[in-house]
Design a protein around this ligand. Sequence first.
Ligand code: TYM
Length: 330
Amino acid sequence: KKRVLSGIQPTHDSFHLGNYLGAIKQWAQLQEENDAFYCVVDLHALTVETDPKLLQKRTLLSAAQLIAIGLDPNKCTLFIQSHVPAHNQLAWVLECMTGFGEAGRMTQFKDKSQKGGADRTNVGLFTYPILQAADILLYQADLVPVGEDQRQHIELTRDLGQRFNNRYLEVFNIPQAQIIKALAKINDLQDPNSKMSKSAASMSGVIELLDSSDVILKKFKSSVTDAGKEIKYDEKSKPGISNLLTIHSAFSGKSITEVENEFADKGYGDFKTAVADVVNSELAPIREKTATLMQDPAELMRILEIGGEKANQVASETLKKVYEAIGLAI
Ligand code: TYM
């Protein structure tokens, strides 16, 4: 059995289609044959200032969505990052081993700090990838299922793990990113050259898992398509149609070529409606299950606390080895 670990931020009420196809749908598959740990990374979410009540609600909503998409707390360990203090404790140790320039080269940090401006760029945004490395290394993970935008953070995690092992003792397993190439970057429907993102300026190109079927249909119908009429996969000249083909294929289980053939003599309008239909038939039950789970927040917390206990056991064992290896007098 391989150890799997991944995390997702509770920064919004709903996850989006990029999160779903790029990451969390894989999580559900990977729990079957592996020893999987999945966490809602509420500490990472603190890099964006949020109303405390809202953050709390979103943390539960995130867990509810994860269970609704198929994570089974009996098959995997589902927990909240802040329930395991070792994440912060290891993060500090790793921060002391990370070069300032090395952290500054993280492209996500560069993007976010540019967008936020110097005043709004907090130090947490800078050390964010190091906390992420701690999330992963604490669990001795083999595989980290993520989308393409996390590749560099996993590389940093590997570097830090190796650096620690070389400098002190072989404490950490060195993990690998598990990225499904075809689904690793789902794009915004209004701006098909950019990835679908929770922080998009407008949500009209972002399909949220908790959007109603009507809203989803509307968003697909108004998606930006390309010149010409053909429904053909061509990332360069037809990024909009290519993105829709990727989405259709992921939901219908058909290959891109099969979908192209199916719509060979149809127009963009018919195709967009068909994409909305396959998406809605999978997402509608997820939406309903999320709503049902949210009716009993105490039960959700109970599940997350059980997960937190299991996570704490594994994490504190690794942390103890780390503290001993670096010479803390514990
Ligand atoms: P986050 O919360 O931004 O995104 C969660 C997951 O969704 C993937 N993703 C996408 N995949 C395909 N297409 C897209 N448009 C798209 N947008 C997002 C992300 O790659 C991610 O896998 N730093 C992480 C959270 C994190 C983490 C960890 C991940 C914290 N600790 C430890 C793995 C292991 C993040 O911000 O993900």
